[in-house]
Design a protein around this ligand. Sequence first.
Ligand SMILES: C[S@@+](CC[C@H](N)C(=O)[O-])C[C@H]1O[C@@H](n2cnc3c(N)ncnc32)[C@H](O)[C@@H]1O
Length: 402
Amino acid sequence: MRRSRMSPPACLQSTPHATACSVRSDRRSPGFAPKNVLDFGAGPSSALWAMRAVWPKSIERVNLIEPSKEMQRAGQTLLDNLKGLPLIHSYDSIQELNRSIEKHERRHDLVISSYALGEIPSLNDRITIVRQLWDLTRDVLVLLEPGTPQGSKIISQMRSYILWMEKRKCRKSGKSTAAAPSKMKSMVLQEDLLKDGAFVVAPCPHDGRCPLENSDKYCHFVQRLERTSSQRIYKRSKGVPLRGFEDEKFCYVALRRGKRPEEAWPLDGMKFDTLKERHAKRNPEDLIIDYDDQFPSEEDEEAPGSDEDSLVPYASDTQELSLFHESGEEEEEPIRADLGGGWGRIIYSPIRRGRQVQMDVCRATKRDASEGAFERVVVTQSKNPALHLQARKSLWGDLWPF
Ligand SMILES: C[S@@+](CC[C@H](N)C(=O)[O-])C[C@H]1O[C@@H](n2cnc3c(N)ncnc32)[C@H](O)[C@@H]1O
């Protein structure tokens, strides 16, 4: 359930890297190891560095789309003298790529657009580009934008568009399959399974409407980046030395072609003992007085953000957190399992208060993951000691089983 907040090496601590890790480790994309990759709006090929770190062995060919010659040159300079690179080709535009490569080579295992859609001025143009990128995707499409309300809106709109388009295609192809001669039907269906349909690999545990749409919150995540010494010199303000890191906010979505896997996830259907039930099951000789249980420990009293490596709060986080706090002490809901769609995603920093952990979790509310909700989950030590321990260790962006 945990991911590291600051992982070496420094040059690879990027939001594409965090996103690629999220795709690699997700149960909705088991064994995913892309061979050929397309990076739209590649800039100095930042995503290439991230992908080489996450999938060092699998990547054979990378196509970059970048209209700026300066950016292309910067990217080439960074790669100079490196050994073991995949085959890399640069194109000025999607049109140029389509003209230059054969139709059967156009589908890429992984297509990524990082911090580029925000530079496309109109919604219609953005939709056109995302549709073209989806056409160039054989398996997974990853869209990343800055972690701002605008970035989140772009990601949410593009996510809805692809899911809607694929749903419509499935309905249409379902109708034409029904009309096909029965011998051909199974062949057509198998073909369709490969081509039609889309589902969200991450961060959403469902393919329904984003529950944060039209709310005062927006879905985003944070990745700690190390600042290089030159960044610290250039960004220094009023002679005050900067911290050695910054927390980059980002929004993303990873969509995969096909049908959402339906296998059960770990802990599906599992029932947890309350602390009372647990004690009742103990052997008498195991009953030793646990003084730690009687008094709150220093750790239990820990305020949010007092961790050594805790994230630096932002103004918008403060607002989110105060909204979070406003509702005060909450009764813990009964534990629900078997939600479908896999585990939920923790959005924003969990709050630890005494022996209680409060988390905002986005999760599927239907078994087929066609709908989701953003809900407050409260885990207390007395009602669920096992989950409480996990909740205490959980971070913003982690998965949560219930
Ligand atoms: C903010 S940079 C992001 C660079 C890189 N993807 C990253 O994450 O570091 C945006 C890039 O998108 C490129 N871009 C802008 N409009 C574009 C378009 N219509 N087609 C392709 N790339 C475009 C810009 O030249 C720029 O390099």
